[in-house]
Design a protein around this ligand. Structure first.
Ligand code: ATP
Ligand code: MG
Length: 472
C-alpha cells in the first residue's frame, strides 16, 4: 500500500465499497468495545439498523448475563481467536439464522486495540439441505406428541382433531415456530388419508416463475425445456397438500389455486386436459388473515375457501403455563440423545424463560435447550452459563408484534412510521369496538356475532383473546 495521500484515500474508499458489497457480515469494535464497523451484510443478518449499533458500546446494545460474554468481547479482553464457530440463533425480528463466525483480536505493538468478527450467513444453505431431507421424509407427528396444557391450546387440539374426520380445507394461523407444520402433520396422520402422501411446500421459498409449474405440473413442449411432469397437487392425490406461507403467493396465483381447489381438477401448464383430484389442502399463514386481506397479501375469496376450519396457534409468550413444560420435554429429549441426566433449570434461567419474548416461539425454545445441553458436562441443572449470551439480549426482543413478512406492502409504504402506527392503531381500535358492539348486540353469543361479522367462530374467538375483550 503506497502512502501518498491520494492513493491512501482511494484505498479507503475501496475498502468502504468492499465492506458495503461483500457477502460476509463484518463487525469491528475498538479497544473500548465501541462498534466502528457494522457493514450492510451484518445489518441484514441481524436485522439491526446501523444507527442502533454504530459508535455504541457492545454492552449497551447487547445485554449479556453474568459469566457470559460475546465472542467479540472474548477476543478483545482475552485475545481469543475463534474460527469456524457455527451459531444458530433468532435475530432481532425472530428469524432463525445460522452463521459461521471467525473472531480475532486486532493487535498493534503487542497490545489489543480492537476485535473483528466475520460472519458467513449459511441460513439458506441449511434450509435447502433440510428441505431436501423433508421431501423424502415421512410425516412423523401425531396429536399425542403435541405438548401443551393451556386451555387455549387444548381447545385448538380438539378443533384440529375434529377436522381430521373431514376433508375440508384448514387454515393454520401462527407466528414462526408455533407448531403449524406439526399440526398439519397430526391432522393428516389422524385422518383416513394417513397412508397416502403428505406433501409440504413452502410458497415463500420458490420464485414466482417456478411455483406454478411446481404446483400444477407441466406438459412437454409447454415452453422451452418443459417436460411431462406432475405437479404437487397430483403427487398429493388421495392425501394432503400443505401450502406454507400462502400469503406470499401473488394474487394471480392465489386465484389459480382457488380454481383448482374449487373445481377439484388440475391442468398441467401447456396441457388441454384436466385431471380430477382428491387432495386435502392445509394452508398456513404467519400473519393475521384479516390484516393479510387488508394488506393485499391474501385474497378474500381464497381465505373463505381455505378457512372452513381455522386454527389460531398462540405465540409461546402467551402460553405462559406451557413454557416450562415444553422446556422439560426438550430436556428429556436431549437427555436421551446426549446421554445426560439434566433434571431442571436454575432460578435465573427459569425467570429468563418466563420473561423472554420468544420471537422464534417453540423452535427457539428447543434450540436454546439443545444448545444448553451441548454445553452440559456432568451437571444436572441448566444455568445461565449454558445459555448463549445473545439469547439474554432482551434489548433486541422487546417487540411484541408478530413477525410478519410484508412483501407487497405498497399501500402503506409512503407513510411515515408514526402515521403508519397511528393508522394501524386507529383501525385496530375501530375493529375492537365494532366487535364489542356486535357481541353486545348478541348478548355475547359467539356463533351469532361471528355470523354477523362474516368471520368464523374461531376467528372471532381469536379476536376476543387478541383484544382481551373478556377482561374489558
Ligand atoms: N406443541 C408442540 N409440542 C412439541 N414440540 C413442538 C410443538 N409445537 C412446535 N414444536 C417444536 O417446534 C418446532 C417448530 O414447529 P413447526 O415447524 O411446526 O413450526 P411452524 O409454525 O411451522 O414454523 P414456521 O412458520 O417457521 O414454518 C418443531 O420442530 C417442534 O420441535
Ligand atoms: Mg412451518
Amino acid at each position: 500500500m503506497k502512502n501518498d495521500k491520494q492513493n491512501f484515500l482511494a484505498v479507503d474508499e475501496l475498502l468502504q465499497l468492499i465492506l458495503e458489497e461483500i457477502d460476509i457480515g463484518i463487525h469491528v469494535v475498538d479497544q473500548d468495545a465501541n462498534t466502528m464497523v457494522y457493514n450492510r451484510k451484518m445489518m441484514e443478518i441481524e436485522m439491526m439498523n446501523e444507527e442502533d449499533v454504530l459508535h455504541k458500546n457492545l454492552l449497551d446494545v447487547f445485554t449479556f448475563q453474568k459469566n457470559q460474554s460475546s465472542t467479540l468481547l472474548d477476543a478483545l479482553q482475552k485475545g481469543k481467536v475463534r474460527k469456524n464457530i457455527k451459531q444458530s440463533y433468532f435475530n432481532n425480528k425472530g428469524k432463525e439464522v445460522t452463521t459461521i463466525n471467525d473472531t480475532y483480536p486486532i493487535m498493534k505493538e503487542n497490545k489489543i486495540i480492537g476485535a473483528i468478527e466475520m460472519v458467513r450467513d449459511v441460513t439458506e444453505l441449511k434450509q435447502s439441505v433440510q428441505e431436501g431431507i423433508l421431501k423424502n421424509r415421512n410425516t412423523r407427528y401425531t396429536f399425542e406428541q403435541l405438548i401443551g396444557t393451556s386451555e387455549s391450546f387444548k381447545n385448538i387440539i380438539e378443533d384440529a382433531k375434529r377436522s381430521a374426520k373431514t376433508s375440508s380445507s384448514v387454515l393454520i394461523v401462527g407466528e414462526t415456530g408455533t407448531g403449524k407444520e406439526l399440526f398439519a402433520q397430526s391432522i393428516h396422520n389422524a385422518s383416513k388419508r394417513a397412508t397416502k402422501p403428505f406433501i409440504s411446500q413452502n410458497c415463500a421459498a420458490l420464485p414466482e416463475s417456478l411455483i406454478e409449474s411446481i404446483l400444477f405440473g407441466t406438459k412437454k413442449g409447454a415452453f422451452t425445456g418443459a417436460i411431462d411432469k406432475p405437479g404437487l397437487f397430483e403427487e398429493a392425490n388421495g392425501g394432503t397438500l400443505l401450502l406454507d406461507e400462502i400469503n406470499s403467493l401473488s394474487p394471480n396465483l392465489q386465484a389459480k389455486l382457488l380454481r383448482v381447489i374449487q373445481e377439484r381438477k388440475v391442468r398441467r401448464i401447456g396441457d388441454i386436459n384436466e385431471k380430477e383430484l382428491d387432495v386435502r389442502i392445509i394452508a398456513t399463514i404467519n400473519e393475521d388473515p384479516i390484516e393479510a386481506i387488508a394488506n393485499n397479501h391474501l385474497r378474500k375469496d381464497l381465505y373463505y375457501r381455505l378457512s372452513v376450519v381455522s386454527l389460531f396457534l398462540p405465540p409461546l409468550r402467551e402460553r405462559f403455563e406451557d413454557i416450562l413444560l415444553l422446556a422439560n420435554f426438550f430436556i428429556q429429549k436431549y437427555n436421551r440423545l446426549f446421554g445426560h441426566r439434566v433434571t431442571n433449570l436454575d432460578e435465573n434461567v427459569t425467570n429468563f424463560f418466563l420473561n423472554h419474548n420468544w420471537p422464534g416461539n417453540i423452535r427457539e425454545l428447543e434450540h436454546m435447550i439443545e444448545g444448553a445441553m451441548n454445553l452440559v458436562e456432568n451437571e444436572t441443572t441448566i444455568s445461565a452459563t449454558h445459555i448463549p449470551s445473545r439469547f439474554f439480549n432482551e434489548n433486541r426482543n422487546t417487540s411484541t408484534t408478530p413477525v410478519v413478512q410484508r412483501q407487497r406492502d405498497v399501500t402503506l409504504q409512503v407513510e411515515s412510521k408514526d402515521e403508519k402506527s397511528n393508522l394501524k392503531n386507529t383501525l385496530l381500535n375501530k375493529e375492537k369496538h365494532h366487535i364489542m358492539n356486535v357481541l353486545n348486540e348478541h348478548n355475547g353469543n359467539i356463533t351469532q356475532a361471528a355470523k354477523q361479522l362474516g368471520i368464523s367462530r374461531q376467528n372471532l374467538q381469536y379476536r376476543i383473546r387478541k383484544f382481551n375483550l373478556l377482561n374489558d
